[in-house]
Design a protein around this ligand. Structure first.
Ligand SMILES: CC(C)(COP(=O)(O)OP(=O)(O)OC[C@H]1O[C@@H](n2cnc3c(N)ncnc32)[C@H](O)[C@@H]1OP(=O)(O)O)[C@@H](O)C(=O)NCCC(=O)NCCS
Length: 180
């Protein structure tokens, strides 16, 4: 395989400072108001323990996993996807009942200077490999109606609009999904 300049891997349990820094970078991005439900102000105010616990949880890989892209040149973290396992019968963010074991992709971000290089595809491949290993048969996510770049990127990765969605504080969120 050719080297595209990135290492794509799961977070380590102790890597919460890097996870926090990338999350704050994402929340400062101009696209943040239509990309994330959390604000920079809110995330900045969270204590170190919050990040420590969240990162440890995502590193254990039982119910969630965080996958990151690290630039080989310099070691900077430049992309991230978090994948949450959803069990049948649980309620979801849209107020619907989950029908089958599936995953929900959240907190999707690639640093601006690394966009358009296939980083998202590699992140999603790694996250979905974990999802299959956990027995999930479907992957879904929500994307804002006014976030065409993300919609196009997901479409390229095989996600299609399901016709479902919900209204967040930021507006209309559309569900996209694909089979695993
Ligand atoms: C969404 C994101 C992860 C996608 O990663 P990326 O590297 O930019 O994705 P790609 O370049 O592979 O694909 C983007 C697609 O949008 C297209 N595109 C680029 N700019 C666009 C724009 N302004 N409007 C519409 N489409 C656009 C590209 O041509 C490409 O489509 P194609 O594959 O059919 O040519 C990245 O842009 C990002 O982090 N954005 C900010 C945070 C965000 O929106 N997260 C998603 C929350 S749901």
């Amino acid at each position: 395989m050719t080297d595209d300049g990135y290492v794509v891997r799961r977070v380590g349990a102790d890597e919460w400072p890097q996870a926090r820094a990338l999350r704050l970078e994402a929340l400062a991005d101009p696209a943040a108001p239509v990309a994330f439900l959390e604000t920079l102000e809110r995330a900045s105010a969270r204590p170190g323990d919050f990040w420590r616990l969240r990162t440890r949880h995502a590193a254990q890989g039982e119910e969630a996993v965080q996958v990151v892209a690290v630039a080989r040149d310099g070691g900077r973290w430049v992309g991230t996807v978090t994948c949450l396992l959803e069990e049948p019968g649980s309620g979801d963010v849209a107020g619907d009942a989950v029908e089958r074991r599936q995953v929900h992709l959240v907190a999707v971000y690639v640093s601006p200077e690394h966009r358009g290089r296939g980083v998202l595809g590699r992140l999603v491949d790694e996250a979905l490999a974990w999802a299959r290993w956990r027995g999930a048969g479907r992957a879904r996510l929500f994307v804002h109606v006014d976030n065409p770049r993300a919609q196009a990127a997901y479409r390229r990765l095989g996600f299609v609009l399901t016709g479902r969605g919900f209204t967040s504080d930021a507006g209309e969120e559309l569900e996209m999904s694909r089979a695993l």
